[in-house]
Ligand binder design. Structure first.
Ligand code: C2O
Ligand code: CU
Length: 443
């Protein structure tokens, strides 16, 4: 009669949680936790995790873990509204692998977190993910089994969702992934040839900046043209205005989309302090690198134009949480070491935030440590309400990976509309592995 709780079902050896229930709460049906299991997919990909010796642009050869034999892995490109099916094959990564869609708010069972939403896919095994691409923008994917090693060794790639209406497309669309390897190598875009491009004057250009690197705060500096920041973490900004001489800083996991119209002179995107890394775009293939200007760091707090949002700082919140980010030396698992903490605790002793479906949740994030933490919440986008007590007055700013610098505090809010068990962690994966990890759970 439909009133019985649905039973968990298994596919490809992984356990999909049965409806979540605790106490006398309502059971959330399993169909809300998984992507559509039936129907022909609009777009299919097969991604094979495999070991490979890869030559970095520095010339150094390294033993990498790759998707489809390349770093970054293949760019997965899809259209808004499409039913997407991705088959993951693990050829020979003994630690096991998964695919996590960083920034895409997919149903919980498709989220690709080993130990939480599925088992790691072991050598010889396959696993199929299915979800509808509902958000337009710049995302990325990576393995979420032993994430620190997996991402560092190359198990990542870009994921782009194009709008259903093709009119909004730029004429040149360039994905820029930055990733360091032992400080030596550098992967940018799909291959080295991306480093010099000929672009006709008048062409509309979009750069999709993605930093996949732990530890390194990357500064991206665009010179030779004014530009607009059109999206943060895959979400469009409202009324972006033109900027010049501002550097765009990203920690691991964050993304900026940048747009400009190609002038009749060279434009350069420098990464870091610009020692040879970046892209030189010229109208005619020749050209000199435009001079590096003094820059300030872009701050989205007052950028663009305010617009209506489903909730805001004046809303009434059903729950309020506080996340204090810090670190301490401690004996833990028999080891005296530095740990990164949330509310004083090291994962798995960190608190679990429990919400009910439909609740509006506000979180205060305070960084009391001496290093920065890009805080990543799975399955939801956070509306940034304030930074250091100062309200966001510009465009609505939705984040999935919020860069919280030492001494800073942010108020963020999200609607609990995606039931499941979700990770919330620092995306400096070294910190995540050293304790700065917790879960958001639906009751
Ligand atoms: Cu990009 Cu929990 O991950
Ligand atoms: Cu951190």
């Amino acid at each position: 009669d439909g009133s019985a709780p649905p039973s968990g079902h298994r596919h490809h050896g992984a356990v999909v949680p049965a409806g979540l229930a605790a106490g006398d709460s309502e059971v959330i049906p399993v169909t809300e936790l998984t992507g559509p299991r039936d129907g022909e997919a609009d777009r299919k990909f097969t991604v094979t995790a495999q070991r490979k010796t890869v030559k970095l642009s520095s010339g150094k050869e390294v033993e990498a873990w790759t998707y489809n034999g390349q770093i970054p892995g293949p760019e997965l490109r899809m259209k808004e509204g499409e039913l997407v099916e991705v088959t993951l094959v693990n050829q020979d990564i003994e630690d096991g692998v998964t695919l996590h869609w960083h920034g895409l708010d997919v149903p919980n069972a498709e989220d690709g977190v080993a130990g939480a939403t599925q088992n790691a896919v072991m050598p010889g095994e396959t696993y199929t993910y299915r979800f509808v691409a509902e958000q337009v923008g710049t995302f990325w994917y990576h393995s979420h089994q032993h994430s620190k090693e997996a991402v560092q060794k190359g198990l990542f790639g870009a994921l782009i969702v194009d709008p259903a209406e093709p009119a909004a497309q730029p004429q040149e669309d360039i994905t820029v992934i930055t990733h360091l390897w032992d400080g030596a190598g550098f992967a940018i875009g799909a291959d080295d040839s991306m480093r010099r491009r000929t672009i006709a004057p008048g062409t509309t250009v979009k750069l999709r900046l993605i930093n996949t690197d732990d530890w390194v705060r990357q500064s991206y500096i665009l010179t030779g043209t004014p530009f607009k920041v059109t999206a943060i973490d895959g979400t469009d900004l409202n009324g972006p205005t033109e900027l010049e001489n501002q550097s765009l800083d990203l920690l691991t996991g964050g993304r900026y989309d940048v747009a400009f119209t190609m002038p009749d002179r060279p434009v350069a995107l420098r990464v870091g302090r610009g020692d040879g890394l970046g892209i030189l775009m010229t109208p005619d293939g020749g050209g000199v690198l435009p001079a590096l200007q003094r820059t300030t760091t872009f701050d989205p707090t007052h950028y663009g134009t305010a617009a209506e949002t489903p909730f805001d700082a004046d809303s009434e919140f059903d729950r309020e949480f506080t996340m204090i980010l810090d670190n301490r030396f401690a004996f833990y698992n028999g080891r005296f070491a530095a740990y990164d903490t949330i509310n004083g605790a090291v994962f798995p002793n960190t608190p679990m935030f429990v919400v009910k479906k439909g609740e509006l949740v506000k979180t205060l994030i305070v960084n009391r440590s001496a290093v920065e933490h890009p805080m990543h919440l799975h399955g939801h986008h956070m509306l940034v309400l304030s930074r250091n007590g100062e309200r966001v007055t510009g465009s609505p700013w939705w984040s999935d990976t919020l860069d919280v610098a030492p001494g800073e505090s942010y108020e963020v809010a999200f609607l609990a509309d995606n039931p499941g068990v979700w990770m919330d962690h620092c995306h400096n994966l070294v910190h995540a592995a050293a304790g700065m990890t917790m879960h958001l759970m639906y009751d």
